[in-house]
Design a protein around this ligand. Structure first.
Ligand SMILES: [Zn+2]
Ligand SMILES: [Zn+2]
Length: 424
């Protein structure tokens, strides 16, 4: 049979299209791909391309898609390490549920910027769960707290986190002191903006030794805590269940029996997976001794990640906590694949998973670099201006007189909004 060049091109394009769909849509059960692939084949038979109409795109644009009532959307807002880098903030995971609930798991250094890129009103982002108190897991809590309150969170920020083995190593101690550290910041805002978001953190501490104990149960969502093994006593991981879907979020840990047992069968299971030891030595400048200790004992080595996922058997396994570059991804993947052959995402910032009972879709988010705050869900409340803390006479005495050039702005705004505001 003679095969023409054109037939070969058409066949290879169809195959590429099929592989692209397969890459984006994976139903991990039995390792089979989802029904979307048959749609792709159908599309091949009758192309829908048009010179004037938009066609389907394979990225997630924040604030452009409804979330289905039975759907879960997870966004990686930080997948990196304690040492900052432009491409990867530290651990932060934004979970959105079809019932309207949203949860933030960890809020590591640099992640508040990624959360902002998702364009979600801050009133919806009032629940944070901390796996432990390393800065790469809670270092941007202050940015979310103050920046969120300034941009429309009109309620206190609720935070769940483990008790330590001593009160000083617990979440409440850390957050009480973080709030105190913000004294100058918060005092300076008194009497100027809506005060409701700046109230002290509402902290719920729970025993880090609790095994699969419920720490949150509201609106059909149950969140349980399991212990983790990392650095000191105290770290935990979380298991979320809602609407027949199960999501496991592993904070930092040496591989442990609790995650292996209680994350089992999760629709989506996140677990840390550290940089391969050779790369820690050559690229991160660790000594071989420290690289072995940190990369295999304090954290989970890629081969051990694979071993845990072979037991958990999630519909989708997610590995994070490594600098993901063109030359580190291969070694990590190869090492995981020595012990695990199931569905796998090697996470990077802005990766998005849409999870339903029938499908798991993995995409990257493309966001607006120039994002402004999303709309507030309620009208801002005017503050009590009498609470404003005045400057001293000394500082007031240093003011240069620019009233004449500012007054036109007062006139303009007073006229436009029917106000009678006066300069200080
Ligand atoms: Zn840690
Ligand atoms: Zn960490």
């Amino acid at each position: 049979m003679k095969i023409t060049k054109r037939a070969l091109i058409v066949a290879s394009m169809a195959f590429m299209a099929l592989m692209l769909y397969k890459w984006g849509h994976v139903d991990g059960r039995e390792g089979k791909s989802s029904g979307i692939i048959s749609d792709a084949i159908a599309a091949e038979k009758s192309p829908k391309a048009s010179p004037v109409k938009a066609h389907a795109r394979d990225f997630y644009a924040p604030n452009s898609e409804d979330l289905g009532p039975d759907e879960m959307r997870l966004i990686a807002c930080g997948t990196g390490m304690p040492t900052a880098r432009p491409k990867q903030a530290a651990s932060c995971w934004l979970l959105e549920l079809g019932n309207g609930d949203k949860f933030i798991f960890d809020v590591g250094t640099g992640s508040a910027e990624r959360i902002a890129a998702m364009q979600i009103p801050y009133n919806y982002l009032d629940k944070v769960f901390l796996s432990h108190l390393h800065t790469d897991h809670f270092g941007d809590l202050d940015a979310l707290f103050v920046g969120g309150a300034l941009a429309g969170r009109q309620k206190p920020l609720r935070v769940w986190g483990p008790k330590g083995d001593t009160p000083e190593r617990g979440t409440k101690y850390a957050l009480d002191h973080l709030f105190k550290a913000l004294t100058w910041d918060l005092d300076g805002r008194a009497g100027i903006t809506d005060p409701r978001g700046y109230q002290p953190f509402e902290v719920t501490e729970f025993d880090y030794k609790g095994v699969n104990e419920i720490i949150y149960q509201e609106n059909g969502v149950t969140i349980r805590s399991i212990p983790a093994i990392h650095s000191l006593d105290g770290p935990v991981s979380f298991i979320v269940e809602w609407n027949g879907l199960k999501f496991a979020f592993g904070g930092d840990t040496y591989p442990n029996k609790w995650y292996a047992k209680y994350a089992k069968g999760a629709d989506l299971a996140i677990h840390e997976c550290f940089i391969a030891v050779p790369d820690m030595i050559t690229k991160f400048q660790f000594t071989p001794q420290s690289a072995l200790a940190v990369g295999t004992q304090i954290h989970t080595a890629p081969e051990a990640f694979g071993k845990i996922m072979s037991i958990v058997k999630p519909r989708m396994a997610v590995a994070y906590h490594f600098f993901k570059d063109f030359d580190t991804t291969g070694p990590i993947n190869d090492r995981i694949r020595t012990t695990y052959d199931g569905p796998l995402s090697l996470a990077e910032d802005y990766m998005v998973w849409n999870i339903s009972k029938d499908d798991i879709r993995v995409r990257m988010a493309i966001y607006d670099e120039d994002a402004w705050p999303p709309p507030a869900t309620e009208k801002p409340q005017l503050p009590d201006a009498s609470l404003r803390i005045p400057y001293s006479d000394f500082i007031v005495g240093g003011k240069y007189d620019v009233k004449d050039v500012i007054q036109p702005t007062y006139d303009e705004i007073n006229k436009k909004y029917g106000l009678k505001e006066k300069q200080d």
